[in-house]
Design a protein around this ligand. Structure first.
Ligand SMILES: Nc1ncnc2c1ncn2[C@@H]1O[C@H](COP(=O)(O)OP(=O)(O)O)[C@@H](O)[C@H]1O
Ligand SMILES: [Mg+2]
Length: 220
């Protein structure tokens, strides 16, 4: 397996409080790794530092062998699809169809292909009936499905999903499981989750954070 993300001696503070302490880890392409740990242990912060949304105090992060200090946010965004813990932070378009078609339109994809690919995502995520609905009108679970769908249409090499099962009922969670299974061997995934059963079901490797430090890193 090839190394995709490498984190070296990472320290990070938020409002002068140290939140991540001396994190070292390597995440491989096409590997399914989960980050677990109690509330406030730094999981969300770690995901945001990797994607350049928050800057570290010290230490280095490499994506695909490039230091993220030398990459712009859009450049990181093309390599890593990042699902925010709160999907409201993610969704920006006014309708479901606009949200899903945005990245493909930006890449000047032909309308036929856009229709086909957005159609597949609408089917998989059971959003067909909401195709022209206002994104504001969606339930939390619908927003979550829309946000994941939009990320997948960006064709990222790697996904970081922060608490993707929040707001999903058992049936939807099962759908998400199937979808993640279909991505295995195609993309690398870092799942941030306190959903133990979901983590155990999917992960090749489980990393545990405790109070901003890496407590455990072992095969599942
Ligand atoms: N914007 C912020 N400003 C200051 N402290 C924050 C901020 N966001 C999170 N924190 C603190 O950072 C720590 C780690 O938070 P977080 O990364 O969200 O943990 P987790 O995702 O594991 O619940 C917590 O102590 C939290 O209170
Ligand atoms: Mg969190």
């Amino acid at each position: 397996m090839n190394e995709f993300i490498r984190i070296e001696r990472l320290f990070c503070s938020l409002n002068k409080v140290q939140v991540l302490r001396n994190i070292n880890m390597t995440l491989n392409s096409k590997e399914f790794v989960s980050i677990i740990g109690p509330n406030g242990s730094g999981k969300t912060t770690l995901g945001k530092v990797i994607t350049g949304i928050i800057k570290q105090d010290s230490g280095e992060i490499f994506i695909d062998n490039k230091n993220i200090k030398d990459l712009s946010l859009p450049e990181i965004g093309r390599k890593i699809g990042y699902l925010f813990q709160n999907p409201d932070r993610q969704i920006f378009a006014s309708t479901v169809y606009e949200e899903l078609s945005f990245a493909l339109k930006y890449k000047k994809t032909s309308i036929d292909i856009i229709e086909k690919r957005v159609g597949e995502i609408l089917d998989i995520f059971e959003l067909n009936h909401l195709r022209d609905a206002s994104t504001y009108s969606l339930s939390q679970g619908e927003k979550q499905r829309l946000a994941i769908g939009a990320i997948l249409l960006n064709d990222p090499e790697y996904l970081i999903l922060d608490e993707p099962t929040t707001g999903l009922d058992p049936k939807r969670k099962n759908e998400l499981s199937k979808l993640l299974n279909s991505l295995i061997n195609h993309v690398g995934i870092l799942l941030i989750s306190h959903d133990k059963a979901f983590v155990l079901k999917h992960s090749d490797r489980i990393i545990e954070l405790y109070d901003g430090s890496l407590k455990n890193d072992k095969k599942n």
